[in-house]
Write a protein that binds this ligand. Structure first.
Ligand code: HEC
Ligand code: HEC
Length: 257
């Protein structure tokens, strides 16, 4: 008799443990489900003002960033030659808002996905013989002069005309050489270089062209994970001072007090 009673107790205890574990699992998984859903329903750019979503996204975003992005962009987000720094206010594409970063992560850059950023490439201006060797030297001297480097003045002046005319550089980098965020054409006047700012680095950019590629992650990571990574990257960077949305954000903050 005593043996049967003891066995019953063991069975009951086992059931109780099972129910508790299932309950715990349901609560934590359920929590993940609901908060991931809220994350996706939120306006991405206002997530930082919701502490619950912000904390969740940053934690999830950090582990996913380390697993999928750090190999290229670095654990400190600072990139390396050919791979942009994500921890500053300098953006090739758009303005560094969470929604901008999320779009880049979803589809990538020249990734082959339909909605990838892929308007232009840096053309191989030397190899295609658009400009001859002297013209290339002149235009590089002009580019270097924009960030205060000491160059041959006459050469830079000739280069300036080439930039605005025969070289067609203005078409993508802008008349002021400050870059065009819709094309991913970098600012050439701020002394921040994706591929390096020595004469020989710039020579390689202009002579051979460039074809930077960032993979797209749609279908490989969940939408919630992608948004979380965008929040994490945004937390460690600044929006572009050129952003037309910055003013709005400031005005909103002002209104909120
Ligand atoms: C058709 C558009 C286009 C034209 C024309 C063009 N560029 Fe570019 N340029 C780009 C793009 C896009 C990039 C970024 C390439 C990448 O990351 O793959 C770039 C990158 C560069 C870079 C590298 C910048 C860095 O931060 O390392 C230099 C230098 C440069 N261009 C100079 C020039 C000069 C000088 C001319 C004219 C002789 C010129 N470009 C013409 C689109 C263009
Ligand atoms: C295989 C290397 C590689 C991996 C992995 C990678 N990237 Fe990139 N990423 C690049 C390169 C190269 C560029 C620059 C493309 C160009 O030249 O236009 C870039 C550009 C970007 C940009 C645009 C930056 C700007 O200034 O506008 C963002 C944002 C970005 N990556 C985020 C990510 C995130 C987040 C991940 C992980 C989910 C990731 N990347 C994974 C190589 C990579």
């Amino acid at each position: 008799m005593a043996e049967i009673a003891a066995r019953r107790w063991i069975v009951r205890a086992a059931i109780a443990v099972g129910v508790a574990a299932a309950g715990y699992f349901a609560v934590t998984e359920g929590y993940d489900y609901f908060i991931a859903r809220d994350l996706l329903m939120a306006n991405p750019d206002s997530i930082p003002s919701d502490p619950r979503l912000f904390q969740y996204a940053n934690a999830l975003g950090k582990s996913a960033y380390m697993a999928h992005c750090a190999s290229c962009h670095g654990a400190d987000l600072k990139g390396r030659p050919g791979i942009p720094n994500l921890a500053d206010a300098d953006w090739l594409y758009d303005y560094g808002r969470i929604s901008d970063i999320e779009r880049t992560i979803l589809y990538g850059i020249r990734s082959g996905m339909g909605k990838a950023h892929n308007v232009t490439d840096m053309p191989a201006i030397g190899r295609q013989k658009t400009l001859n060797a002297t013209e290339i030297t002149d235009v590089i001297d002009y580019v270097l002069s924009l960030s205060g480097h000491k160059v041959d003045l006459a050469s830079a002046q000739r280069g300036s005309r080439i930039f605005q005319d025969k070289g067609n550089c203005y078409d993508c980098h802008g008349r002021d050489a400050e870059g065009v965020a819709d094309y991913g054409a970098p600012n050439l006047s701020d002394n921040i270089w994706l591929y390096g700012g020595d004469f020989k680095d710039i020579y390689r950019s202009v002579y051979d062209g460039r074809h930077g590629l960032c993979p797209g992650w749609m279908g490989k990571l969940s939408f919630a994970t992608i948004r979380a990574i965008a929040v994490y990257v945004h937390t460690h960077s600044q929006e572009s001072p050129q952003s037309p949305f910055k003013q709005e954000a400031k005005a909103e903050q002002g209104a909120r007090g």
